[in-house]
Design a protein around this ligand. Sequence first.
Ligand code: NDP
Length: 261
Amino acid sequence: MKKFAVFGDPIAHSISPRLHNLAIKELNLDAFYGRVWLKDGALLKAKFNTLGLDGANITVPYKQVAFEICDVLDSHAKNIGSVNTIVKKDDLLYGYNTDAPGFLKSIAPFEGIKTALIIGAGGTSKALAYALKSQNIEIDIINRSKNRLSEFSDFNTFSWDDFTPKGYDLVVNSTSAGLKDDEFPMPQVLLKEVLKGSKFAFDVIYNKPTPFLNLANSLNLKSKNGADMLIFQAVLALNLFYNQSLDEDKITSSMQKAMSL
Ligand code: NDP
């Protein structure tokens, strides 16, 4: 039997076990997927090995630690500097980042994107900025505080006080504003000016309608929340655990079913 798990802190809220275990069952795989509440990132590799895992997903706040412990990195992980999927092969740890391709797949219905504004400068923003850049999309990044913007030297970066609002093809909320509160990711007046001239809105948050998405919808933008991104990154991860030998459509339909349970 193969053993997989998701690591994070906190981890109780993670729906990864639900997604993966239903897909494992429906694809008749001999495997189990659990969750590990890891309080100290320095123990990630030791815990992975002690549990005898074949693969793992890594969530907040350990994606960078995961990047550091892997022996081999795929190009997405290398460019982004973070790993959300680890696969053990021949005693080596292979690190992947499936957030970036998962995001691109989830915005595929938004056609003709040439410009984008990413709100936020955290770990997820990096994956999204890299994904959009790989599609030759012109990207501006705006963040509440200035210090994390220095990690985005390849992009045009702004904070609230030096940003002049304008329209974009795509506006992305990659912050956690609206997750546990009713906050906008940037001042509402500025955001409204941006959204008024924009076409598509995407929010990485998937479990509730956020003020950001509500505002975008009220201004008639075509919008999506982060549910598909969550599913697609998990689909890619499960397939990586099996050396890309599984049917992605079958995994997707199982995970979509699990999401709606
Ligand atoms: P980080 O902690 O790395 O970054 C958080 C970012 O949000 C920072 O830019 C921070 O700004 C900003 N922020 C937080 N609160 C506010 C606020 N009230 N107003 C304005 N900005 C705020 O988090 P991650 O990048 O790892 O995660 C961000 C979100 O993405 C989370 O909600 C997470 O659940 C979601 N996510 C969704 C995925 C999916 O598949 N749908 C996958 C991965 C993540 P500052 O720098 O000023 O603190």
